[in-house]
Design a protein around this ligand. Structure first.
Ligand code: PLP
Length: 327
């Protein structure tokens, strides 16, 4: 077994749904567009980090840690989902926010409040300072006799969640008679897309993974992916039969002016999914991924005759902080 010896806490009972986007398909003259609903999960309102957390929590428990630390902006999905998973398994959790306390509770910050999780606002700071603060905070807890675990620090462990998702997707598509050829996924910090690439590369030539970068230049994203991929090969003691570049294509073209900044196409994608399919996606990640997929289909890079599945990675509560975009 691929994951034997890798500790894991099961947070998902069953596979997340695959759906056909039939109405958008009609408009685009393409009945081969599917979505994998990783925004629908039975805990914390769902999202890709739940899959990563199965392995981060497994690691934390194996190391006999007794408190989780998670850092991010106040709109962070990872912070909300770590707190939800901590609640579910009955572990303490502290959130460190690299932002000021929001004037009004909304989206993820509201959900964090409802969970009663201890939350510390550090004010605006960059990623490097946040990391340093988190490490110091963890060290202080250690001195007080706690055993803290920092969620999100070990990207290789987090990536296992999407190897597992890749296997789930392949078997599910087969069961539902979808002759899947292309998978579209968000590219950001690396664990999600790398796990998916690793998992799908185990199937030889069967799949192409299209990674839509929403945060970094793809030359830098590629380096991150390579590093995580290598770490996975070592930890799982298995090198897939295909190289990253044979399986995955990374795209720079849909970031617009940068992380979190909308483009006309990303806003259009949010509205199109809501109006034609009754599906809500947020604006930082998924909107750009869908804008990218629609463009790749229009350009024929993803041919109309070949089935494509796009991951919806969640983050839906963040949409409530983005109301101003739709005034
Ligand atoms: C974190 C996040 C991503 C990106 O995942 P990475 O593993 O950092 O690439 C995509 N979508 C949503 C909703 C997220 O919260």
């Amino acid at each position: 077994m691929l994951f034997s010896g890798i500790p894991r806490i099961k947070l998902l009972e069953e596979a997340t749904p695959i759906q056909c986007l039939s109405n958008i398909g009609n408009i685009m003259d393409n009945n081969n567009i599917f979505v994998k609903r990783d925004d629908i999960m039975p805990i914390g309102m769902g999202g890709n980090k739940i899959r990563c957390l199965e392995f981060w929590l497994g690691d934390a428990i194996q190391r006999k840690c007794d408190i989780l630390l998670v850092a991010g902006a106040s709109v962070s999905n990872q912070c909300r989902l770590a707190a939800a998973a901590a609640a579910k398994i009955g572990m303490d959790c502290i959130i460190l926010h690299s932002s000021d306390e929001p004037k009004k509770l909304n989206g993820n910050s509201l959900l964090n409040r409802l969970m009663g999780v201890k939350t510390i606002f550090l004010g605006e700071m960059d990623e490097a300072s946040r990391k340093e603060y988190t490490l110091n905070y963890s060290e202080n807890l250690r001195k007080k006799g706690f055993k803290p675990y920092i969620i999100g620090e070990d990207l290789v462990t987090g990536a296992f969640g999407y190897v597992s998702s890749a296997l789930e997707l392949v078997y599910q598509a087969e069961r539902e008679n979808i002759d899947l050829k292309h998978v579209v996924i968000c590219g950001s910090e690396g664990p999600t897309e790398t796990g998916l690439i690793y998992g799908l590369s185990l199937f030889g030539n069967a799949f192409k993974v299209h990674v839509i970068s929403v945060e970094y230049e793809i030359s830098y994203l590629e380096k991150r992916i390579q590093k995580i991929f290598k770490g996975m090969c070592n930890k799982l003691d298995l090198v897939p039969p295909r190289k990253i570049e044979d399986v995955a294509v990374l795209y720079n073209d849909y970031i617009g002016e940068g992380y979190g900044k909308t483009t006309k196409e990303s806003l259009d994608a949010v509205k199109l999914l809501a109006q034609k399919e009754g599906i809500f996606i947020e604006n930082t990640y998924n909107s750009k991924v869908f804008a990218g997929m629609f463009d790749l289909i229009k350009k024929g890079i993803i041919p109309r005759s070949e089935a494509v599945c796009c991951y919806i990675t969640g983050g839906t509560p963040a949409l409530f902080n983005q109301a101003n975009l739709f005034d």
